[in-house]
Design a protein around this ligand. Sequence first.
Ligand code: PGA
Length: 258
Amino acid sequence: MKRLMHTCLPTFVFDARAEAERELADEIVALVRTKPETVLGLATGDTPVGVYRDLHRAHVARAVSFARASTFNLDEYLDLARDDPRRFRRWMEAHLFQHIDLPPENAHLPESTSSADDPVTVAERYEAAIRAAGGLDLQVLGIGRNGHLGFNEPGSSRASRTRVVDLHPLTRADAAGVFGGLEHVPKRAITMGVGTIFEAARLRVLAFGARKAEIVRRTLHDPMTSAFVSTFLREHGDVKLFVDREAAAQILDEHRAR
Ligand code: PGA
């Protein structure tokens, strides 16, 4: 692992993504061991999957218990049936929750569970629940190819709070495979806001693979702009960006050219 010098936010390049995943999982385990009531912010998708695998392993090895921890996920689709397997809650159960001893009532997502739920009220209650839990100690983040954090799509303000959002065309296109066609991808979601995410004490951001090389370069080198929400990350006081060599390719090229 190598720390890049002179970047606007602390950036660490790993030879393989598995090393980055281990580094973050080790940090989370250390945090939960020192503070069993840790409040974790979690993300879904391909990016964090290895971190959850390593947390599962650590739990099996009895290195950590999540019995007093709680979790808040970044986002959830709207307009999917409660038992739809593509809900992020189902994904979290399959990849993490069913493998660890986190009490089910401590695992939160910004979800409406029946058509009678008003999504605006769900979003407001989510903010209140995070506050009541004492705030997020550490938020795990991926970066979308359009720079989104959670479902804070291009144009989201730095001050935005948990709310209902329309999904960006690129986000929906990226999800088309999972849904068996673009026409089946939900159009709306509830996401924590940028302001909500930035209140986490630590932000740990992961980006892997060649398809993230351009957005990683923009995140570090573009002027701050809501057109690429990830450019706001440099404003957080305790943020780290973990990338593999493929995702770092464009920034490594620029560093070499200097
Ligand atoms: P991915 O997406 O993990 O599917 O690459 C990251 C994101 O969109 O935040």
